[in-house]
Write a protein that binds this ligand. Structure first.
Ligand SMILES: Cc1cc2nc3c(=O)[nH]c(=O)nc-3n(C[C@H](O)[C@H](O)[C@H](O)COP(=O)(O)OP(=O)(O)OC[C@H]3O[C@@H](n4cnc5c(N)ncnc54)[C@H](O)[C@@H]3O)c2cc1C
Length: 299
């Protein structure tokens, strides 16, 4: 790993941070150090980094805003990579936008609205990157990322680029079946022209609903569990009497039972323990086994 460290430091300079706490890069605000946290500006740089990591046998993980991740307190013994620069651009056409994988979803929602392009308003308030949202097929209020996606450009672990029509990919509720190890470099989202005032008003409406039903100012990772078919994880957790339940500084939200809040100083272990407690409680009360929506990173 020492040779890899030297190579990365030489090429990325200050864009590579060794031992960077992941608590700074997750919305839950938990997670121990990444061996190396890298910010890359171009596809060529990313391809180089993937190749170097593979040669050294070091694990590599792409992150967006870390808004769906539970990173272990022990951290991640490999490279965590954030896409920015060329890989975070947003461009517009008459009925579509092209976003880099690292582009801010919040910015995409706002700018589409300002340009009078409709279709993405439901995503307001999701603190994600476009790549992260597509990788997990984020959705809300009847909208879903993959229904908007026309095509993607992927970087494969071999270093090859692959252009795929969305129709070539299988996807479903909170999942997109990307080729193994593929990174979304860019995606085209189909939108429809409409008066900007109408699009922005709808965006505001979605935001108001979200603020009324979710703990938006707390440190969370959104919904912790997937909704089981025909039901809502939040309803099951609430009716199992688990709202407000705590492990250390992690608490089942009083506002939305499917959110776990870091009320200040929580650890990943406390959140994981609370998740298990919720699963057991819901299993006992309703006979339903909840599946996590959040992804665990590191061990
Ligand atoms: C307040 C709040 C509200 C939320 N509301 C919603 C909601 O309404 N609906 C919803 O679905 N989710 C919601 N979430 C959860 C979360 O925001 C989404 O899952 C989001 O899509 C994660 O995006 P991210 O960029 O943060 O990805 P991360 O959490 O950083 O990563 C998630 C996964 O995507 C992968 N990934 C990231 N970028 C790429 C890329 N370019 N190419 C390939 N893989 C990539 C990562 O490796 C990881 O496996 C909410 C979270 C919060 C904190």
């Amino acid at each position: 790993m020492e040779a890899l460290r030297r190579e990365i430091a030489r090429r990325l300079g200050r864009r590579a941070l060794f031992g960077e706490p992941m608590s700074r890069h997750t919305t839950w605000g938990v997670g121990g150090p990444a061996w190396c946290f890298c910010r890359v500006d171009s596809a060529a740089e990313l391809a180089w980094l993937i190749q170097m990591a593979a040669q050294a046998g070091a694990p590599l993980k792409i992150v967006g805003r870390g808004s769906n991740l539970l990173v272990a307190d022990a951290g991640f013994a490999g490279l965590i990579v954030l896409l920015r620069g060329d890989l975070a651009r947003i461009q517009f056409g008459a009925t579509a936008m092209v976003c880099g994988g690292g582009a801010s979803l919040a910015k995409a929602v706002r700018r589409a609205g300002e340009r009078g392009l409709a279709g993405l308003e439901w995503a307001v308030g999701i603190p994600a990157t476009v790549g992260g949202a597509l990788a997990g097929n984020a959705g809300a209020a009847g909208g879903e990322m993959m229904t908007l996606c026309r095509r993607m450009t992927l970087l494969l672990p071999s270093g090859d680029l692959r252009h795929m029509a969305a129709a070539e990919l299988a996807w479903g509720y909170r999942r997109t079946d990307l080729p193994a190890g593929a990174v979304i470099l860019e995606a085209q989202l189909a939108l429809r022209p409409e008066a900007a005032s109408a699009v922005l008003a709808r965006r505001e409406q979605h935001l108001r609903r979200r603020k009324a039903s979710q703990p938006m100012s707390a440190r969370t990772a959104g919904s912790v569990f997937k909704n089981p078919a025909g039901d809502f994880a939040g309803r099951l957790i609430e009716t199992a009497g688990l709202k407000g339940r705590r492990v250390g500084r992690a608490m089942v939200s009083q506002v939305h039972a499917n959110f776990i809040e870091n009320i200040g100083g929580a650890t990943a272990a406390q959140i994981a323990e609370l998740m298990e407690l919720v699963r057991e409680g819901v299993g006992r009360a309703h006979g339903v086994r909840l599946e996590p929506e959040v992804e665990r990173v590191g061990d």
